[in-house]
Design a protein. Structure first.
Lengths: 179, 438
């Protein structure tokens, strides 16, 4: 009886630790997304998804003050994250670079470039490498919020999808922005 | 025949290692420990100072909770090894199972509902569902390993609270280090301090320790109250676990996430609204369980009718934590710290004698002759210890370990309670101000 109870206990723990994630993985996480309408990321920030993108529900959490969206273009991940921020653009970029390099094996490459959205939000853009993959990041600060864009995938895939992703990034908008 | 609400257990000792559950739980503890060690090593390599700071701060936070539980369980303290196992379950097994399970359940909310639903209610639904189950399994593990140690509903409360405390401390450390990583300022302790104020002070009182205590009360009731039907016991246990889940959901719910206005007072009002009802409910339940156990054990001593072992006034003192503390304080004021220590030893000995008496009584009908001898020997030994401490106290000029009935003690206790509440509010206020709420 004691052994039966103990095995039931272990099964319950395994059900939590492995069963739930297995059920989660068994259900599809990607949904189609309209690429002709701005997508509300969070905190009032919107972006026009790139053509061919699907939305990954496991990395998408919209909110009033902050939010994230994860688009997938084949094997490439394209993430936009919005959160309250009261610092400068340089500080926001530095914070993101530190977070990237804080992950073992990740390194930023080259210098940062100034970028701008269609609506005129100034940003900084750079690149990073990770084992077996590469990535790009962009940071924008507008309306008391930091908008962080990260793109990751194998270099060949990135080369294929980056133009569409960069075009999408330029469509970022926030509520106080003048059209 | 009435069945006592307290069911004294025997000495477990070496029998523990002969139960299959012990080894299964040990394997789970090792697996959880490896998982948490990997997470700790990853954070420790990237943020050594922050990791050390978080570990020290949250370990210190565990001390007042531990002391409170020790005092609550004064009459029949649980074995330290079993408490350590409960703490380890909360900190190692429950956390390591909850991390992937909570994320998966939140993803399922997003997939079966919507990303917006997951963003708003994911933490309120996924966290409590997974974590309360994982913690309750820890109390079940203790029952499987050492059923005899769950002698009263209060024992269930204590083990549930200790499992919750382990979970709370490890989860807080992981959250603090997650905040360090998210801040992107390198090995900085500021996010650790902010997390400590937020999760330690603002959320600490009505957190996992409290929820675990409620679930533990239910499991304790299920195990101990054999005078009730199985349906009633299972129903009460389920109700308690669901109650802990509801309390957790209310705390995590996005209700009043924008506060009740601006400023620290408004934020304090939200904390009180979401945290106080479960806190009061659980404290009332704990108080009832404590008083029930105290009634049982003091009745064992009262039946001796031997004032050298315990006087009527000492019986009243022994059944209440504040009165026990007041008696020690009174002894210190009259005869110094030696008297304080002597009263503590006397109270411990009296409590232990009560437990041995109840063990002897409950085991007598079914006990083997050699066990009867052992039980009687234990009672005789603790009677002797009580008499020794009584003699020490008498030498110090104190005939008994009690509290003066001048009314001042009661007022002093009330004054100290009010002062503690004022200090707690002041600490909350400082914490809220430091976090920008005021």
């Amino acid at each position: 009886m004691n052994l039966f109870g103990a095995l039931a206990l272990a099964a319950a723990v395994a059900g939590l630790a492995f069963g739930l994630p297995a059920i989660d993985r068994a259900l599809p996480s990607q949904r189609p997304v309209r690429t002709d309408q701005p997508y509300a990321v969070g905190g009032g920030v919107t972006v026009l998804p790139p053509t061919g993108a699907t939305i990954d529900l496991t990395g998408t959490r919209p909110g009033d003050d902050q939010g994230t969206v994860l688009f997938r273009l084949g094997p490439v991940k394209y993430t936009v994250a919005v959160q309250p921020f009261d610092g400068t653009l340089a500080a926001a970029a530095d914070r993101l670079r530190r977070r990237i390099t804080g992950t073992p094996g990740y390194q930023v490459t080259g210098s940062q470039l100034a970028v701008e959205t269609v609506g005129g939000i100034a940003g900084l853009q750079g690149g990073y490498t990770a084992p077996g993959r590469g990535g790009r990041y962009s940071v924008f600060v507008a309306g008391g919020r930091a908008i962080e864009v990260t793109v990751s995938g194998a270099e060949l895939d990135l080369g294929r999808w980056l133009p569409a992703i960069e075009a999408s990034t330029r469509t970022l908008r926030y509520p106080g922005e003048q059209p | 025949m009435t069945i006592a609400p307290v069911r004294p257990g025997g000495h477990e000792g070496e029998r523990l290692v002969r139960t299959p559950a012990f080894w299964v739980v040990l394997v789970l503890l090792i697996a959880g420990g490896v998982r948490i060690a990997v997470i700790g090593f990853r954070f420790g390599s990237a943020y050594p100072t922050a990791t050390l700071t978080a570990t020290v701060l949250f370990a210190l936070l565990a001390v007042p909770f531990w002391l409170f539980l020790a005092d609550l369980d004064f009459l029949e303290p649980e074995p330290v090894a079993m408490q350590a196992m409960a703490f380890a379950w909360g900190g190692l097994v429950a956390t390591s199972a909850s991390i992937p399970a909570s994320a998966a359940l939140e993803d399922l909310v997003a997939k079966l509902g919507s990303p917006g639903l997951a963003a708003d209610w994911g933490a309120a639904l996924a966290g409590p569902t997974v974590e309360e189950i994982a913690k309750t399994l820890g109390i079940v593990a203790i029952v499987l390993i050492a059923r005899a140690q769950i002698n009263s509903v209060l024992d269930g409360v204590v083990y549930g609270a200790v499992v919750g405390l382990g979970f709370q401390i490890v989860e807080d450390i992981v959250f603090a280090l997650g905040a360090v990583a998210l801040a992107g300022r390198g090995d900085s302790v500021q996010p650790v301090v902010a997390t400590f104020l937020l999760r330690g002070f603002l959320s600490g009182v009505w957190s996992h320790t409290l929820f675990g205590a409620l679930a533990g009360a239910g499991i304790g009731y299920l195990v101990v109250r054999k005078d009730k039907t199985r349906a009633v016991r299972v129903g009460v246990a389920l109700l308690a676990v669901v109650g802990s889940w509801c309390s957790h959901v209310l705390w995590n719910a996005p209700l009043f996430s924008d506060g009740l206005g601006n400023g620290g007072l408004a934020l304090l009002a939200v904390l009180v609204f979401k945290g106080l009802p479960p806190l009061l409910l659980i404290l009332l339940l704990v108080r009832a369980a404590h008083d029930r156990e105290a009634d049982y054990y003091t009745a064992q001593l009262a039946a001796l009718r031997d004032p050298e072992l315990i006087t009527d006034a000492e019986l009243e003192v022994l059944r209440s934590g504040p009165r026990r503390a007041e008696a020690r304080r009174h002894a210190r004021l009259r005869a110094g710290y030696r008297a304080h220590a002597a009263v503590r030893r006397l109270q411990r000995a009296q409590a232990r004698l009560a437990v041995e008496l109840s063990r002897a009584e409950s085991s007598a009908p079914a006990a083997r002759p050699e066990d009867v001898g052992t039980l009687e020997g234990s009672v005789a030994r603790w009677c002797s210890v009580v008499r020794e401490q009584r003699a020490v106290l008498a030498d110090l000029g104190l005939p008994e370990a009690t509290v003066p009935v001048d009314g001042q003690s009661a007022w002093r206790r009330r004054g100290e309670s009010v002062l503690a509440v004022v200090v707690a509010i002041a600490v909350l206020w400082v914490a809220l101000s430091a976090l920008g709420g005021a």
